[in-house]
Structure formats: C-alpha cells, structure tokens
Design a protein around this ligand. Structure first.
Ligand SMILES: Cc1cc2nc3c(=O)[nH]c(=O)nc-3n(C[C@H](O)[C@H](O)[C@H](O)COP(=O)(O)O)c2cc1C
Length: 195
C-alpha cells in the first residue's frame, strides 16, 4: 500500500536518478521529451538533461537559439518535460514555464564548460530545421572530422542558449502489476491521483 511517506520516498529517489543522469548517458533520464506549442498544435522532441535544481525545482537543457523550439517558447513558454525509465517502469512528467538564457552570465558559464565537440553543433552555418536543397552536414566543413580549435569554437557562442524550465507541477507514475502508484507534487504538497 502506498502512503504519503512512500510517495515522498519515490519522489526523492527519482531526484537522485535525475542528478545521476546529468553525467551518466546510460541513465535513461539523460534525455527527455520536451513538448511545446506551435500554432496551437503540440510539438515534441528529445533533448539532453544538462542540470537540475531544487527549491524551487528547475530543469535545464541546451539548444541552438535559432531552432524552432526556441521561437515556440518565446511565443508561449508553457511546456512539458517527460522522462521514462523503461527498466524501472517509472514516468516523470513536469509541467513547466521556460526561460531562455542567451548571451547572459548563466549562458556564458555553461558555455565555458561545454566541450569542443558539442560547441561544434552551434557553429552550424544553417539555422536548425530549415529546408535544404540537398543534404549537407550543417557543420563547419573545416571541422567535419575533428573538434574545432578553442578560438574558432567561440563562433558558436552567439547561437548557444541554456534553457531553464521552472517546474510548476510534477507528476510521477510507477507501474505495478497490483496497482500503479501515481501522484502529483505541487508546491510542497503531495496528492495521489488515479492511474
Ligand atoms: C538523443 C538526442 C538528443 C538530443 N538533444 C538535443 C538537445 O539537447 N538540444 C537540442 O536542441 N536538440 C537536441 N536534439 C535534437 C532535437 O530532438 C530536435 O530534432 C532538434 O533540436 C530540432 O527541434 P525543433 O525543430 O523542435 O527545434 C536531440 C536529439 C536526439 C535524438
């Protein structure tokens, strides 16, 4: 039987898994599905979890400032982050409001810690998601097979953004043969919901 004590334990355990996922790409929470709203139609895509903070609860990912998801979030910053761990059969759903950090101190700090290999993506000549007449790698030709030099990599900074997702509500679903455990956390309140 699930008690409030039990669901608080599940919540804290999942926070530990999320923290582990930041550096562990084998952890299934390393990536999540981010949903935004595009002309009143939902859009979803996979992104990499880059940071997590508590009190207040926040999730972070990186993206090219030129990408459609950023334009969508600028028009409407309501979004959802969805995680699923297939081995442990547990889903996390976060209702969020996004804040886009670009060319500010937070963005600069994250950029400093971004590896050259990742910086290369932000040096793409074309904006992400634009139509191409023919296939192109959309990477700097000079660095197709190697990392950019530190100096050249700085060209990517203008396109780099760090997105903060302020969590408004968390919902957790843990699958069980004898009755799923599903609950929400809003502010500091935990409530059971039916599955
Ligand atoms: C495993 C995986 C991880 C990804 N991580 C990111 C990411 O952290 N940031 C990002 O902007 N796009 C990431 N992408 C690409 C997006 O899923 C998406 O295809 C692209 O950003 C275009 O999205 P948009 O047109 O909705 O902006 C990732 C894709 C995969 C398959």
């Amino acid at each position: 039987m699930a008690s409030i004590k039990k669901i608080k334990e599940i919540y804290n355990q999942e926070l530990d898994y999320l923290n582990n996922a930041l550096k562990n790409s084998n952890n299934q929470y390393h990536t999540f599905s981010l949903s935004t709203i595009k002309n009143s139609y939902p859009e979803a895509r996979t992104v990499v979890l880059r940071n997590i903070k508590q009190n207040p609860s926040k999730l972070y990912f990186n993206s090219d400032i030129r990408s459609p998801k950023i334009q969508e979030l600028e028009l409407n910053n309501n979004c959802t982050a969805l995680f699923y761990n297939n081995s442990r059969k547990i889903q996390l759903r976060f209702k969020c409001k996004a804040i886009i950090h670009n060319q500010n101190s937070l963005c600069a700090n994250v950029w400093k810690q971004t590896h050259l290999q990742s910086r290369k993506c932000y040096m793409a000549p074309y904006s992400p998601s634009i139509v191409l007449k023919k296939w192109e790698p959309n990477l700097p030709i000079k660095y197709l097979k190697s990392d950019p030099s530190q100096i050249d990599s700085e060209l990517g900074y203008k396109n780099f953004s760090h997105i903060e997702l302020q969590v408004l509500e968390t919902e957790i679903l843990q699958l069980h043969h004898d009755g799923h455990i599903r609950f929400k956390k809003k502010d500091s309140q935990f409530i059971f919901i039916s599955s």
